[in-house]
Write a protein that binds this ligand. Structure first.
Ligand code: SAH
Length: 257
């Protein structure tokens, strides 16, 4: 007998704070029979899962014990082909450094129906939690999201062109940049970015465990190491970092210019 077709939702769980989950993600989580959840996605989002849903943890964070991507994709396909509604739950947004694009291609090639449920990416929400807007009129006319982590799957790494990035005049938001922070900040300085450019690193943003270091380009790597800041962290470099703590004031405390 022909099995009913399954479906895969590629779901963004937001940066950590379970309230920063979209209404759509919450609804869809409740429709899934199987949830394949990354370790970056906060388990608190599982409160939206329906009773009896199968939860499979498939963490694969850089440097940690991990489930190979190919295995995750096979699992996803197998459940969907067996007629299940599968939720592939990722931190932040599935299409921002989340390999959601690769999974969407795999599903599409396999002829499995899927839908992307966007989430709030850490690169926007985590700086905002410190009061740092990634763009700001007169300060940053744009923002560049970039990875600090070269590919680790044996393929030639696509190292971002840090010298070129130093010249963009946009805020730089670096994902997965902690391990190579000293080299990255040095390359940006070599590319002409002023050493006193405000810079910060924020670990576990929007979670109860959030910690951050405010610094300057030249000192950020040292200061972050001193504070023992690790992953997952977002690094922000640009004038906008000088607004940390200013625009986040509660309304009652806001100074009138
Ligand atoms: N798809 C995710 C990014 C996955 S890549 C998104 O859109 O947010 C993993 C990287 O995201 C981490 O190494 C870190 O740089 C960043 N990240 C994700 N959640 C974070 C958080 N709560 N605080 C700080 N950085 C975070």
């Amino acid at each position: 007998m022909h099995k009913p077709a399954g479906k895969v939702y590629l779901i963004g769980a937001g940066p950590g704070d379970p309230e920063l989950l979209t209404l759509k993600a919450a609804r869809v989580l409740g429709e899934c029979d199987v949830l394949l959840i990354d370790d970056l996605a906060d388990t608190a989002v599982l409160r939206h899962a329906r009773a009896g849903a199968r939860i499979v943890r498939v963490g694969k964070r850089g440097g940690c014990r991990s489930t190979p991507q190919a295995f995750i994709e096979r699992l996803m396909l197998r459940y969907a082909r067996n007629g299940h509604v599968v939720g592939r739950v990722k931190g932040g947004d599935p299409f921002v450094f989340g390999r959601g694009g690769e999974e969407a291609l795999t599903l599409s090639r396999a002829g499995v129906a899927f839908e992307v449920v966007s989430g709030l990416s850490a690169g926007i929400a985590v700086p905002a939690s410190l009061g740092v807007p990634v763009t700001h009129r007169g300060m940053a006319s744009g923002v560049t999201f970039v990875t600090g982590h070269a590919r680790d799957d044996g393929h030639p790494g696509q190292e971002p062109d840090w010298r070129a990035l130093a010249q963009t005049g946009t805020t730089l938001v670096i994902y997965m940049g902690m391990r190579r922070l000293a080299a990255i900040t040095q390359a940006l300085a070599d590319g002409g970015l002023a050493p006193d450019t405000p810079a910060c690193a924020i670990q576990n943003g929007t979670r109860d465990t959030q910690r951050s270091v405010l610094s300057r380009l030249a000192d950020l790597a040292r200061d972050a190491a001193q504070a023992q800041l690790g992953s997952p962290a977002i690094v922000v470099i640009g004038e906008v970092v000088s607004l940390a703590g200013i625009v986040a004031l509660p309304v009652a405390d806001a100074r009138v210019a």
